[in-house]
Design a protein around this ligand. Sequence first.
Ligand code: ATP
Length: 244
Amino acid sequence: MNQNPPACSVQNLTRIFGSADQPVVAVDDVTVAIGKGSFTAVMGPSGSGKSTLMHCMAGLDRPTRGEVFIGNENIARLPEKAVTRVRRDSVGFVFQSFNLLPTLTAEQNILLPLELAGRRVDRAVFNELTTSLGLTDRLRHRPSQLSGGQQQRVAVARAMMSDPEVVFADEPTGALDQRTGTALLEYLQRRSRQHGQTIIMVTHDPKAAAYADRVLMLLDGRIVNDVDDPTADEVFALLNAVAL
Ligand SMILES: Nc1ncnc2c1ncn2[C@@H]1O[C@H](COP(=O)(O)OP(=O)(O)OP(=O)(O)O)[C@@H](O)[C@H]1O
């Protein structure tokens, strides 16, 4: 078990969609702490609440009940403006579909969040990130001139550039071929092990989850398994068990 203080945690988190007479309980009373510098995979069948849990943890969605801590801040209790600040300063998000701005170059996309926040750009951090992601000769290209794998690496650099408390990644390898996906997973693992970056990743792929230090398995909005250092075979068996 990770003894570090958590980078992020939720307590009795519930998120209900729909109306009072037809509620959809997407996340059901979840309590979990994510250790600093850990790499966690969130898995579960379609509709089990993975994206909703991650969106609530990242401050992109509001819980119906419960607490959400990013570092020491309980974002569930903050007004929207303050949540936006915490999200800007302490959270990086990698979307499956990259979400890059098409009119900006790779470099401009990577630096945009810092510029919007009025923060100084640390060129050493920028150089280190773009070199380790193999992007140095692609920085002046626009997203349409980049491959899917390159666009996803730009999205990862953008999420990591502000050195956030937590990076959330929603199916980051979903749109990539196997070789490109593997390289990205190896990078995420290195980033957590060597730089202490906390990473939470939603994935459907047991092989991708095996790169993580920990797998949380969701079913019907609840965590039904919490496994440290899983192998792909173990994850596959757990997934089969809940998918039946
Ligand atoms: N905005 C919404 N309005 C109503 N119901 C929603 C909304 N978002 C999610 N849900 C419902 O909440 C439940 C959990 O959805 P969620 O997207 O979190 O699951 P998931 O595990 O991420 O699924 P998938 O693997 O298919 O992406 C589902 O029943 C879904 O239909």
